[in-house]
Design a protein around this ligand. Structure first.
Ligand code: ATP
Ligand code: MG
Length: 385
């Protein structure tokens, strides 16, 4: 008998009247993920199933589905007509020759003549009658057989449930602009908000030739890894050299990082606006470095006027962030030793308690800052990921 993959979704059931919208987004995202596999997706209320695939593709399909936000869990199952003797035959095939088991029944089809405990008992009895080396253990069984009787007169039988990515379908919460450096944190921050349904574009500032071509390639690679979870994105690469040189020559060095970050924010806000993004996302974590003290964040945040800046890592420890980056596969790329523009011209002791007043005064020394920003925007590169 062919396997199928049963998919269950998570929080969507909370969405009341908007549920159709969330489900359409989820189904579209699943279909995108299954492109390239010969299989069929059937959508029932409450769960979906993937069938008709080649057994050799099964683990690749399962791994791909585990990256779809909005799915909570999946099981590799057999689908049979809701009939006790057919069910018990299939369960016997699934069980080993000896050992203990328990049948756990869920009955969505309330017209089925037996209650869930009665189904479990009937199946248990039939199985031990047929194979005397098997016995029922309700408390500590070797194997739990799940029997899920659906409304459409079919039953799913499976022995394992695997966790999927959880969260909400990417796209259902609108679009955000992720500030993507080559570091560990920003890919994780993008992942976390994609998990809440945000689709992403990414912006990267590079200061060639102070930063290398490899540093940019690394960011492209990170975006590719992220896109497995976050879907397609555009990576907008902004030339930042001129702005950094100007800050370096005109401004007080202890304000360098503060002002660099204010320029990044200004440009991010403009790009976000032009690309229909409703928010900016970055990887700041409170107190992690000088530019992420409360005062520093206040001063950099001050230049963004028209949209929220989301910082999903704000309360996380570095190790917690690393754990997620290992899980999503960005860590190994993030630690490649290419410099980020944040390290170019950086003073040994940057200010940790900047003020908006002083930052504005430093920026006045830079001349026409709007022109600098326009020049950067005129020369940005867009890479489709
Ligand atoms: P990360 O590990 O993400 O690089 P970090 O701990 O090194 O973070 P910072 O360098 O202060 O911290 O950067 C804070 C945030 O600012 C980053 O998480 C990222 O969102 C954004 N950022 C920093 N550098 C760049 C860059 N070159 N291009 C785009 N965004 C950047
Ligand atoms: Mg960094």
């Amino acid at each position: 008998m062919d396997n199928i993959i049963v998919l269950r979704y998570g929080e969507l059931y909370l969405k009341g009247k908007n549920r159709g919208f969330f489900e359409r987004q989820l189904i579209g995202n699943i279909k995108n993920k299954l492109k390239g596999f010969d299989c069929e997706l059937i959508c029932h209320r409450g769960r979906y199933e993937v069938s008709g695939y080649d057994r050799n593709d099964e683990s690749r399909i399962v791994n791909a589905l585990k990256t779809v936000f909005g799915l909570k869990s999946l099981s590799i199952a057999q689908k049979v007509p809701s009939d006790i003797s057919i069910m018990s035959d299939v369960i016997l095939e699934k069980l080993p020759r000896s050992g203990t088991f328990k049948v756990d029944t869920h009955r969505a089809d309330k017209t089925f003549p037996l209650t869930s405990p009665q189904v479990s008992a009937a199946l248990g009895e039939k199985i031990i009658e047929t194979n005397k080396n098997l016995s029922v253990d309700l408390h500590n069984p070797d194997i739990v057989v799940n029997v899920d009787i659906r409304e459409d007169k079919y039953t799913y039988i499976y022995t394992a449930k695997e966790d999927c990515a959880g969260g909400m379908p990417v796209g259902c919460a609108g679009k955000g602009l992720l500030m993507l450096s080559g570091g560990i944190d920003s890919p994780v921050s993008g992942y976390m908000l994609a998990k809440r349904g945000l689709s992403l574009d990414a912006i990267h500032f590079h200061s060639y030739p102070y930063t290398s071509v490899q540093a940019k390639d690394k960011v492209v690679e990170l975006a590719k890894i992220m896109s497995q979870y976050c879907g397609n994105m555009n990576l907008i690469v902004v030339p930042f050299t001129k702005i950094q040189e100007t800050i370096h020559t005109k401004c007080n060095s202890d304000y360098m990082i503060t002002i660099v970050r204010r320029f990044m924010m200004r440009i991010a806000e403009k790009v976000a606006f032009y690309r229909d993004c409703g928010c900016i996302v970055n990887g700041e974590s409170l107190g992690q470095v000088a530019s992420q003290t409360l005062q520093s964040i206040t001063v950099t945040n001050d230049v963004v006027k028209s949209m929220p800046v989301f910082r999903p890592l704000i309360g996380m420890d570095k190790q917690e962030i690393i754990d997620i980056s290992l899980k999503i596969g960005t860590y190994e790329t993030s630690i490649l030793p290419y410099e980020d523009c944040c390290t170019v011209f950086m003073p040994d002791s940057p200010v940790t308690k900047p003020t908006i007043f002083k930052a504005e005064n430093e920026e006045k020394k830079m001349g026409d800052i709007e022109k600098l920003i326009e020049q950067a925007l005129d020369n940005l590169e867009i890479i489709k990921i």
